[in-house]
Design a protein around this ligand. Structure first.
Ligand code: LMR
Length: 395
C-alpha cells in the first residue's frame, strides 16, 4: 500500500532550513525559519521560562492528562494577554478558549470549529500569506479565496486592493488576518485600517480569524494587540489563533490557544464543546509542559515582569537590527531599503527573484526563502556585512 504514495515537494520553509543545516561552509547564514536569534546567533531560553521550569520541576506531582481544554490558568492568562484585562467581552463572559499544540493547533482547531458551524465557509487569506495556512486550514475541507495585500513594488500594504477584494466576503465566510508582524511580508495594517476592516465585518457579516503568533515582537504586547482588540470591541464574533512559540520562546513545547469571542455565553460554551470534540478527534489532550510554564508566567507578577522585560528587549533588538540592515544594504548596494525599517516582526522580503535567492544560497551560503523572505532576527553584528555584501553582489 505505502509504495503507492507519491513523492512530495519539500516544505518551502523547513526544507530550506534542512539544506542550511547540512551546509558546512564557514560563512553560512541561515535566515529561513522564524525563530528569534540573539546577537550570538542563538535561540535563547527566556530566564522567566527557566525560573518557571525550575519551580514546576520542584512542585509537579503528576503527569496525568490535562483536561481537554487544557490548563485553566493558561487559558485565563492568554485571554487577558490577547484581549486586555479590562476587556468587555471577557467581563460579559462571551469568550471561551482551548489550549492547543502551538499556533498551528489553534489554527487547526479553529478551522474544525468553523467547518462544523459553516461547511460552506470560504477562508479569505492575504496574498501572500504564511505558506502553511493553506494546507493547515484546507485539510479540514475549507475552501479559499485570496485578497490582495502586499504590493511588492512599493513594499507596503495595498489597502485599497484589500478592501476591494474583501467586499466579496459573504456572511458565512472567514477572513484570516495577521494580528501583527505579517508573515511573510512584515507589512502590518494601521489602526485606521483595522477600523475599516471592523466596519466591513460588521456590515457584511463575515467572521475575522486573527492569527497572532508574534504578539510583542512588533511594537510591544499591548500595541500589537490593538487591531485585534478593536475588532473584538465592535464585533459579535472573532476567532483568535495565538502562540507562545515566539513571544515566550516555547517553540518546541507546542504551546498555543484558540480563543473564541462569541455573541453570548451560551454560544461561547457551545463553541468550546465543539473545539474540545475537534481536539479529541485529532490529538485528544494538549501537551502540558509549555502551557504550565506559560500559565505560571502569566499569573505570577515577578515572572510576568521578567518575561515582559526580556520580550521588550527582543523586540528592540529586532527593530534595531532592521535599521542596521537597511543601512548596510544601502551602503553596499546603493539601493533604497527603507521599507525594512518600516516593517515589523521577524520577516521582510528583500525583493529578490527566485534566481537571486537560489544564487545566494548556492554561491554565498546565505539562506532565505525562495520568496526572498528573511528572518531579520538571524542578522547580527558578525554576519550583517556579509549578508549585505552578498545581497548586493546578486542585485
Ligand atoms: C516561519 O514562518 O518560519 C515559522 O512560523 C515557522 C514555521 O513553522 O513555518
Amino acid at each position: 500500500m505505502l509504495e503507492n504514495l507519491e513523492p512530495l515537494p519539500v516544505d518551502p520553509i523547513l526544507g530550506l532550513a534542512a539544506l542550511a543545516r547540512a551546509d558546512t561552509r564557514a560563512q553560512k547564514v541561515d535566515l529561513t525559519v522564524g525563530v528569534y536569534m540573539d546577537d550570538s546567533g542563538h535561540c535563547p531560553v527566556f530566564r522567566a521560562v527557566q525560573q518557571a521550569q525550575h519551580e514546576l520541576a520542584q512542585q509537579e506531582s503528576t503527569k496525568a492528562y490535562l483536561p481537554p481544554a487544557g490548563d485553566e490558568r493558561f487559558n485565563a492568562g492568554m485571554q487577558q494577554l490577547l484581549l486586555g484585562a479590562d476587556s468587555a467581552a471577557l467581563r460579559d463572559g462571551r469568550v471561551s478558549s482551548i489550549q492547543t499544540p502551538g499556533g498551528c493547533g489553534a489554527l487547526r482547531i479553529s478551522s474544525e470549529v468553523v467547518f462544523s458551524a459553516s461547511p460552506d465557509a470560504r477562508v479569505w487569506v492575504s496574498n501572500p500569506t504564511w505558506p502553511v495556512h493553506i494546507p493547515l486550514l484546507g485539510s479540514v475541507g475549507l475552501a479559499f479565496q485570496s485578497y490582495r495585500y502586499y504590493n511588492p513594488v512599493d513594499h507596503s500594504v495595498d489597502f485599497d486592493a484589500m478592501v476591494e477584494d474583501l467586499q466579496a466576503a459573504r456572511p458565512s465566510d472567514v477572513v484570516l488576518l495577521h494580528g501583527c508582524c505579517h508573515n511573510p511580508s512584515g507589512a502590518d495594517l494601521t489602526l485606521e485600517q483595522w477600523a475599516v476592516i471592523a466596519d466591513m465585518a460588521q456590515a457584511q457579516g463575515f467572521t475575522p480569524m486573527v492569527d497572532i503568533a508574534y504578539q510583542g515582537l512588533a511594537d510591544g504586547l499591548e500595541a500589537d494587540a490593538a487591531g485585534l482588540r478593536l475588532l473584538v470591541e465592535q464585533l459579535p464574533e472573532v476567532i483568535i489563533a495565538a502562540s507562545c512559540s515566539k513571544n515566550m520562546g516555547l517553540y518546541r513545547e507546542r504551546t498555543g490557544a484558540a480563543v473564541f469571542v462569541c455573541q453570548n455565553t451560551q454560544t461561547a460554551s457551545r463553541t468550546l464543546d465543539q473545539a474540545k470534540a475537534a481536539a479529541r478527534r485529532v490529538y485528544s489532550m494538549p501537551p502540558a509542559h509549555g502551557a504550565l510554564l506559560a500559565g505560571r508566567i502569566l499569573s505570577d507578577a515577578t515572572l510576568g515582569t521578567l518575561w515582559r522585560e526580556e520580550l521588550a528587549q527582543m523586540c528592540q533588538r529586532i527593530n534595531r537590527t532592521r535599521g542596521e540592515l537597511r543601512a548596510a544594504l544601502q551602503q553596499h548596494s546603493g539601493v533604497d531599503f527603507a521599507f525594512i525599517e518600516r516593517e515589523r516582526g521577524m520577516f521582510s522580503f528583500l525583493g529578490l527573484s527566485i534566481e537571486q535567492a537560489v544564487r545566494l544560497r548556492e554561491e554565498y551560503s546565505l539562506y532565505m526563502l525562495e520568496s526572498s523572505r528573511i528572518n531579520v532576527a538571524g542578522v547580527n553584528a558578525d554576519n550583517i556585512d556579509y549578508v549585505a555584501q552578498s545581497v548586493a553582489a546578486v542585485l
